[in-house]
Structures are given as structure tokens and as C-alpha cells.
Write a protein that binds this ligand. Sequence first.
Ligand code: SF4
Length: 445
Amino acid sequence: MKIFIKTYGCQMNERDSEALGALFSAQGDELVSDEKSADVLLFNTCSVRDAAERKAKGKIGFMRKLKKEKPHLIIGVLGCMAQRLGDELLAELPHLDFVLGTGQIHKAPEVVAQLRAERSRLALTEPFPEEVEMLGAHGESSWSGQIAITRGCNRFCSYCIVPYVRGREVSRSQESILLEAQSMVDNGVREILLLGQNVAAYGLNGDIRPPADDHSPFAELLEKLNEIPGLLRIRYTSPYVSYFNKRLIDALSSCSKVCHNIHLPLQSGSNTILKAMNRQYTAESYLEKVAQLRAAMPDLTFSTDVIVGFPGETEEDFLRTRALMNEVGFEQAFIFKYSPRPGAKSAELEDSIPEEVKLERNNILLDDLKARISAKLETLKGSVVEVLVEGVSNRNAARWTGRTGTNFVVHFEPDENCTPGTLRKVEVSRSGGVSLFGRLLPEDK
Ligand code: SF4
């Protein structure tokens, strides 16, 4: 069978799609990138924003024509939108064959086989497995790989639908993560990205209270991963700020393979809005954690997520967010205009901020970010940075790209020893846009 998989949304979805592909490949199916040649179309969807759902529905709706031409075609929707809408999707899209929620994705090969044998339609959206059923082996071997260490979330931020579509937070055992990491490294992986809605709460059994200062199962996991020979870098996303206790900060600064870049969602710099969002920290406590982290790792860079136009956000609230972002000096930020998600708590509030105000606030933060990034990149001119080589640049085939541990992309001309997944030094000569350009240094420098 030829299988086409299209992924929407976050890295967790990308990881699930990769594992989904591996499940079909393992039974001899072929993964194709062209939907017209496929026997099975799988759409792994996202529900976090209204726009993501509309985009996926638009694309799936468009497949009706293809189904008319190829009646044997099987079309399935998986992931968060599938979990949220279930049977409603079957009713809305009559050419759809099946819907699998977030806890059922691993059943896709079985469901496809069943539907090929007896043409029918089905939606499986429950229950969430007690134990996280992690999907199987990774797809193609490459220098980078992702491991989901937790699934779901217990925090119930008022704007967020994740706890409803991904279920409660569950952590994998340390043993199974280490086995997976070792097997990835044996297959050539050099950088591992640890994934979870709230990675820093790993191993806390869903308790949302920050643990005592000397307890962090996530820190223990990082230390064990750090010992794997052949693994060069460890990244993780996303952590919730409250879990950065002394134990974790010590591990982050002492584990040489853990990259000095943290994606630390802020969402708002106003305590009133943070409270309305059910984010259990204040602007002051967030800044304090940033200061503690910077004191331990002075070269640390930060990225973040921010929502503008949350119900009731005044100009003053917005200016607090703006000031806090400038104070932290985030090197990267994902700024979203608030949109209510049906099912999330904040959808009960009036979406009171006009669209043009949301857009204006969004643009102000983006302009600040742009100015900050160019100023930051300028300071790196003349320095020598270490990059993990990624391969040929997408924009210019004569150049290669690599990424610093602090997450800056660097472009350079390769030498004959340049290999993806190796660490090399580059002397930075200039910056352009959001990247750096430089000269690759010989290997022994
Ligand atoms: S921490 Fe909040 S925003 Fe993040 S997944 Fe959990 S509920 Fe959603």
C-alpha cells in the first residue's frame, strides 16, 4: 500500500507522524509524498488554534474529488482535531473513512486493514490509554531524532485545549527513554530533542505543584542521557517555568550536551492576565527564574510563546508584556493573536479585544523582536561559534548550515570533511535576517 501522511501543528505531532510512518513501513507499506499516488491518506491534525483546524479541514475537504476518482482510497483524520470532534468530523466530511484520536494513533495500521476488508466508517477517540502507548521505532535514520517523554497536560491553562484533546499528563519510564535514545544513537542520531507539553514536569506523576528544590526526575533523565557516548546534543521543549528548581538548574549547567537554549512560554507579562489564563506564576517570579538560569549559564538564550488580545487585556497589560519581553531579551518568540477554542475555559469569556487591536499589538511585539535579534546577531560578529552541521542550506546550494547550541542558524561554505551531525567551529563574519554567516574553520582549530 502507498501511504501519504500530512502533519499539522506542533513537534509532538511531527514525532507521532514519524512513528506512524515507521509502523506502516514495518509492515511493508511505502510512504509517498504525493497524495494522488496514495492508497491511504492520513491527516495528523492540530486543534490548538482555530486557523490550524480550518486549514486541515480545507485540505481534507479538497480530497473529496480524489476519492471520487479513486473509490478504493482510504482517508483518515488523526490527532488533536480528531480527538476534539470525533464523530462530528465523519458527519461533516462524508468522504472521510475514519477518525482516530490522540490516544489511538497507534491503531492506524489495524484500522486501515479492517476498512480495506469491510468498507465502513469509524471514529475512535477514547479512552486514553492508562499507560502511554508510545509509538514504535523511528523512521529513517538521520543525525537528529525526537523522543516524546511525556504526553498530555494537567495544568489547564484557561485558553488551552491540550488537556482535553491529549489527556492527562503521563510520563514514560526512564528506562524506556534511555533504551530508545541508545538505539537512536546506534543508528547515527547525534542530537535528541525531548518532547512533551510540559517536559520539566517529567516523572512528577501529574502533580502540578513544583517539587522540592532537590528533586527533579527531569534533571536525572538529562544526566543519564548526557552519559550516552556518541550523543552530541540534547534539546527539550517545552518546559513550564515553575519547575526550574535548583536541582534542575544545576543539571542544565553541568550536563555538557544539554543545549543552552530554553523555550520558556511566558504568554503574558501582566499578572492580571496571567491569573485569568490560570498560569500559576507572576511576571516577577518568571523574571526571577530567568535571572537564576542566567546566573548559572550566562550564554543562555531564550525563546517564548506570547498571546496578545486575551479577553480583558488592557493597553497597560499589553505594555507590561512588551516591557517584560524586552527585559528578558528573548532571541525568538512565537506571538499569537488570541482566538477562543471551544471547550477551553476562556471560551466562556467574551472575546473582547477587537481584531485590529490584536493585530497592532502583535506587530509591535514582532518589530521589537526583529530589532532585538539583529542587535544580538551583531554582537556575535567576529566570534567563533560551535555548530552542529545540518547539511546543505535550503536557500543556497553552495552553502551549508549548522546551528549553535544557543539555537542560532549559521551559514558557511563547506570543506571536504563537512558531514551532517558533526560539530564544527565557524568564525562569524556577518549577520543577515535572523541568521549568521561565517567561515568554517579547519577541523583541528
Ligand atoms: S501548560 Fe497550559 S498551555 Fe501548556 S499544554 Fe498545558 S494547559 Fe496547554
